[in-house]
Design a protein around this ligand. Structure first.
Ligand SMILES: Cc1ncc(COP(=O)(O)O)c(C=O)c1O
Length: 128
């Protein structure tokens, strides 16, 4: 909510609305809303803010928890649809699980970071 207040002071043109994604904590325990209900509440608040538009969901799943993240996001997408909010973009990421990213049905984009290096961390995870 605090972030929205800041964005709202800069993005005020309802004709050029800034798409804003709702970050979801799908198991990493780092940041993001904790439930589908919270995602809906924040998405609604984004859509009510003049220069902003609800752009979808994003997450950074815990390594090895891609399936749990998928289920979390699918529930949230359904809850958003039930509230009349289309969720066209669902962004996920994380190199260790990117090999399984084509198995997902709701994720629309993937953000691999250290993939380009396949460094010792990825070797330790068994993917490098
Ligand atoms: C929000 C977010 N997305 C994507 C990534 C990329 O993760 P990886 O380096 O495992 O590909 C990170 C890495 O910390 C991240 O914090």
């Amino acid at each position: 909510m605090e972030t929205l207040e800041g964005l709202a002071t800069t993005f005020t043109d309802a004709g050029h609305r800034l798409p804003v994604l709702v970050e979801c904590d799908t198991g990493m325990g780092r940041c993001g809303v904790q439930s589908a209900d919270e995602a809906v509440a924040l998405a609604r608040q984004i859509d009510r803010t003049g220069g902003l538009a609800f752009g979808g969901l994003m997450t950074y799943p815990a390594a090895g928890k891609a399936a749990e993240a998928e289920a979390w996001l699918a529930d949230a997408k359904q809850a958003l649809a039930a509230s009349g909010l289309a969720c066209e973009r669902i962004s996920s990421g994380g190199t260790p699980d990117m090999w399984r990213s084509s198995d997902t049905s709701v994720v629309t984009e993937y953000r691999p970071g250290t993939y380009i290096y396949l460094d010792r961390y990825q070797v330790a995870k068994g993917v490098g």
